[in-house]
Structure formats: C-alpha cells, structure tokens
Design a protein around this ligand. Structure first.
Ligand SMILES: C[S@@+](CC[C@H](N)C(=O)[O-])C[C@H]1O[C@@H](n2cnc3c(N)ncnc32)[C@H](O)[C@@H]1O
Length: 223
C-alpha cells in the first residue's frame, strides 16, 4: 500500500485548503460522536494532530471546552495552518496553531495534555507512523488523558463495502486522488496495555465509512 510522503501530503493540502471543509458531508456524524464521547467539558489542555482548517477546534472552543481551556493544533500544511489561525483568531490567548514538517515525534514534554485529538489524519499515515503517533499521544497525555480519533474505515453493509472497495482501488492507483487517505482499522492499533477503550463505533454516511475510537490512557504502562 503506497502512502503519500510528508512532502506530497504537504503540497496536496496546501492546494486543497478550504475545500477540506466540504468533506464534512461524510465526516460530521463521526466527529459528532467523537465529541460526544471524549468529555471535552472536563479538558483543560487539548492537542490536535492534523488540525486542517481549524473547524473542529473552533467548535470545541465555542461549545465544549471550559472557558479557560487551551488548544494546540499541529499541521504539516502552510495553507491549513493559516486557515486555522485565522479561524481561531477570536481565541488569541487560548488557541495556537503551529506548522510541522510532518514529523510524528510531538514537540511536547510528557503528561501535558488532557486530550489528544486527530480526525481523518491517521488514515493518511503508514502503519508504522500510526503506531508511533499513538505511542507519542500516550507519552504527551496526562494520567487518565483521553485519545479521540476518527478516520476512514471499512464498510459493513453491502453498499458501504462497495464504496470502501472503490475507494481502496482509487487509492491504490493514485493516492493523491483521495487526498492520500485510505480505510484503516483504527481499533487494531489500540493496545489494551496502553489504552482503556471508552467508545468504539463504525459510522457510514453516504456509503463512506468512518471509525471512531475514544480511549483513556492506562497510566502505568510504558509504550
Ligand atoms: C484529511 S485532512 C483532515 C483535516 C482535519 N482534521 C479535518 O478533519 O477536517 C488531513 C490533514 O492532516 C494534515 N497532515 C497530513 N499529514 C500530516 C503530518 N504528517 N503531520 C501533520 N499534519 C498532517 C494535512 O495537512 C491536513 O490538514
């Protein structure tokens, strides 16, 4: 399975920019579920990996997080970082978005965030980077911190299975035609010695299937 390199992902999303928000037609139901189960109302520090246009961040800051909670967003794309920064300008003291070079190592100390969120980004990464990112999420999360993920996944009904098959074929021919994203089974990457699964759901909208995983850090383990 070919994945986009970090450089290819950066240039794709630099060009794609605000069009990302049009993907909400199949992402919103899964993102709503993620928000519903990750208890953002009790979070004071949130890190989002691959924040895109800042749509989820704006929603969390406006509706879910306590008034003194802070948000950090990371993204590889200059266009996305600019869009998210502009979108979050109402929260200058609380929200900060930074550009990365796509590195999976998170530039933060251990045990500093209450939530680690990532929506439709792990499905872009090679499997070894998904494992590495989850290990990093575990490192930077506080004791009992919560991991909240959504990504493309595999359909369960005949129709959504068909859509999954078509999507995988397109990805195999040229991953850029689907933004580098392909269905992954997130739950396979959730080690039960590291995470206590709080919520797991497969959701299809218009035949496109998403997986939502919300899990609490098991503090005593090393990854
Ligand atoms: C499909 S978009 C999802 C954006 C946003 N999370 C959403 O749900 O609308 C993938 C995002 O991940 C970013 N991205 C891809 N690879 C990345 C990496 N290695 N590190 C950080 N961001 C990355 C892209 O620039 C893009 O903004």
């Amino acid at each position: 399975m070919r994945n986009l390199t970090h450089q290819q992902a950066q240039s794709f999303y630099d060009r794609f920019g605000a069009k990302q928000d049009a993907q909400s037609f199949y992402e919103d139901k899964a993102v709503n579920t993620l928000i519903q189960h990750a208890d953002f109302e009790h979070a004071h520090t949130v890190l989002e990996f691959g924040c895109g246009t800042g749509r989820l961040a704006q929603r969390l800051l406006a509706n879910n997080l306590p008034a003194n909670a802070t948000y950090r967003g990371l993204d590889i794309s200059t266009t996305m970082v600019n869009l998210a920064t502009e979108r979050l300008q109402a929260y200058p003291a609380r929200a900060q978005v930074s550009q990365t070079q796509g590195e999976i190592h998170l530039p933060f100390a251990e045990n500093v965030f209450d939530r680690f969120v990532s929506a439709y980004v792990l499905d872009l990464l090679p499997e070894e980077e998904i494992r590495e990112l989850l290990s990093e999420a575990h490192r930077v999360l506080n004791r009992s911190g919560i991991l909240a993920l959504a990504s493309l996944s595999y359909g369960k009904t005949a129709f959504s299975k068909g859509v999954t098959g078509v999507w995988r074929t397109i990805h195999r021919i040229n991953p850029k035609w689907v933004g580098g994203c392909r269905p992954v089974k997130l739950s396979d990457f959730i080690r039960d010695d590291c995470w206590n699964l709080l919520h797991h759901e497969i959701i299809s909208q218009f035949g496109i299937t998403s997986e939502v995983v919300v899990a609490e850090k098991v503090a005593s383990q090393t990854t």
